[in-house]
Design a protein around this ligand. Sequence first.
Ligand code: PMV
Length: 333
Amino acid sequence: MKVSAIANSNIALVKYWGKRDKEFMLPFNGSISMTVNDMFTHTTVEFDKKYTEDILIVNGKGLKPGEEDYDEYVGAFMKVVRQLTGNQTKIKIVSKNNYPTAAGLASSASGFAALSLAVSKAFGMPLNEKALSILARRGSGSASRSISAGFVEWHRGEKKDGSDSFAEQIAPPEHWPEFRMIAVITSKKEKKVKSRAGMAQTVATCPFYPKWVETVPIDLDAIRKGIKEKNFTLVGTTAEHNCLKMHATMIATRPAIIYWNPATMEVIHSIMDWRDEGLESYFTIDAGPQVKVLCMEKDSKELAKRLGALKGVDEIIVTRPGPGARFTDEHLF
Ligand code: PMV
C-alpha cells in the first residue's frame, strides 16, 4: 500500500539548540515555532516484500543504506519505527521539497514530519497529534513541531523516555493571519555543519551554553504571551534576541561555527536600519545563511521589495502561518 503525506516546514521563534539525550532526541530547552504555509515536503512511502533493501529518493537523488547521509537520518529513524512495530518489511520512500534543502530552511523538520505521518498509516498504527510529534522528534527534533498548524510549542519534558517531550499548538493560523515571515535566501549551497553536529559541538565546547539553557524559559514566556496577545513587537524583539543568543553560542565553540555569509550580514543591518526609520520588522536565522524576516502583512510588500534588491540575495519567499501535516492522494511513484 502506498501512502503519501505533506508536512510544512516550521521556523523557530525560540530556538531548539542542544540535546540532553541523543538517542531519544531530547532537548535541553523548549522551543516555539511557526509552521509556514509555503514551504513543504511531499512524501510517498510503500512497504512491500518486493523490496530487498530500503530505497530513499530525496529531490530525485538516491541515498542508500551504508551511506552516512542515509544511516544517520532516515536509516536511524526507520530503526526506531521497526523497533516500535516489530515489522521488518523494507520500504521505498520518495520525497520532494518545494524549497532549497539543508540550507537552514528546516527541511529535516518538514521531511521527518511528512515521513512520520506516512509511515504511521502504512504500518497501520494510527497516531494522535502528540504521538506523531513524539515519533517525528526521533527523526529530527524540529520535526516534532511540524505536525501541528500555526504557532507551536515543543515542551522540553523531564522524563528519560521522552514521553513528555512533544509539540502542541499554541494558536491556529487563523489566530494571527496578518503575521508574515519572509525567507531571504542568500545561498543555495548545502551547509558545511549540519545542525545535529553543530549543536553537539556547542554543548561540548561553548562556555556560554549553560546560560543559554538558563535563559531560554524567559524567552518562551515572552513569545507565548506575545502570540496570545498578538503583540508583534514583543514577539519580534524576543525572537531576534533569542536567535542572536543562539548564534553567540555557535560562534563561541571550538572550532567556531559561523553560519552567516556577507549577504546575511547585509540583511541584518538593513532590517535594523529600516526599523530605526519606522519600518518594523525583525530577523531570525537558523543553522544556515538564510534570514527569516518577521513582519506584519501591511509591511510585507515593501520589505520584500527592499530585501530582494539587497546584494547577495538570491530569492525571497513570503509566507504566513500554515497548516499541519496531512495525507494526500497524490503519490510520487
Ligand atoms: O532538529 P534539527 O536538527 O532540524 O535542528 C534545528 C535547529 C534550529 O533550526 C537551528 C533551531 C530550531 O529550533 O529549529
